[in-house]
Ligand binder design. Structure first.
Ligand code: G3P
Ligand code: CA
Length: 266
């Protein structure tokens, strides 16, 4: 069915989003990375979510487990290291910290629910990416169930406040399915929607492209359609200033302290 167009709020705070948590300082998509983002004063965290073989939502960027965890040591000779082939109990045996630094040895792969509860305890906001939803039929529904268990996440923010929760995906069909299930929650399209097509996506709240694909005209076109724009992933302070000059509403960075400083000085 038709989804109503979103309104661009009149005054919007600029936001530096901590990418995969403060992943420049702590292992990506772990509770330690959320802790670090909080410690650095970040208000908003981005994480990636996928589904285990027994239908539990866990934070993980790659569809394989072997870049960020010790899965090859814990399960030697397993035919596949795809997350989709592992149960939650198996994934909870993995160390997702040592690949970043020995300081974080033993840091587990968290459940989405654990991340939601930790973020809530810190009064932090969440940019939630549904990663590769085509591999996980029904993941949008699972996310809506997890959020319904924590209804405080579903209370919309005031228009002039930073968003409490945005759901995003590179898969725009999945994003639309999720919007249908979570109509009160703003949604974002990841990637560069061609300018001529932006008008088809006014049910979305944001377009979040790779920063290398945008200029001031593109930012203007997104705003003209009534959407916000928060490019990823910017770690260079000079580039942060450039995209702020283009008029973006925020950006996504591995170094939220550097990002906050760029926003504060702008
Ligand atoms: O939030 C945007 C950004 O996270 C998208 O790229 O590969 O880091 O998930 P990726
Ligand atoms: Ca992501």
């Amino acid at each position: 069915g038709a989804l109503p167009p979103q309104q661009l709020p009149p005054s919007r705070p600029l936001i530096a989003v901590a990418h995969r948590g403060a992943s420049g300082y702590a292992p990506e998509n772990t509770l330690a990375a959320i802790d670090e983002a909080y410690r650095l004063g970040a208000e908003t965290v981005e994480v990636d979510v996928q589904l285990t073989s027994d239908d539990h939502l866990v934070l993980m960027h790659d569809t394989r487990l072997d870049r960020t965890t010790d899965v090859a040591e814990v399960f030697p000779g397993r035919a596949s290291y795809d997350l989709a082939d592992f149960t939650l109990a198996e994934i909870q045996r993995l160390d997702a910290g040592s690949s970043f630094s020995e300081e974080f040895a033993g840091e587990p792969v968290p459940l989405l629910g654990e991340a939601l509860d930790l973020l809530h305890s810190y009064d932090m906001n969440l940019l939630l990416e549904i990663k590769k939803p085509a591999l996980y039929p029904g993941i949008e529904h699972q996310i809506s169930v997890e959020l319904a268990r924590r209804p405080h996440w579903l209370v919309p923010n005031a228009p002039d406040e930073p968003f409490r929760l945005v759901v995003q995906s590179f898969d725009w069909d999945s994003t639309r399915v999720s919007k249908g299930l979570l109509p009160s929650i703003p949604h974002a399209l990841l990637g560069r929607v061609p300018e001529a097509e932006i008008g088809q996506y006014t049910w979305a709240h944001m377009i979040n492209p790779n920063h290398t694909t945008i200029d001031a005209d593109y930012v203007g076109a997104v705003h003209d359609a009534g959407l916000e724009i928060m490019p990823y992933t910017i770690n260079d302070p000079a580039r942060m200033r450039q995209v702020l000059e283009m008029g973006v509403d925020g950006f996504i960075t591995d170094f939220p302290d550097v990002g906050q400083e760029a926003v504060a000085e702008f």
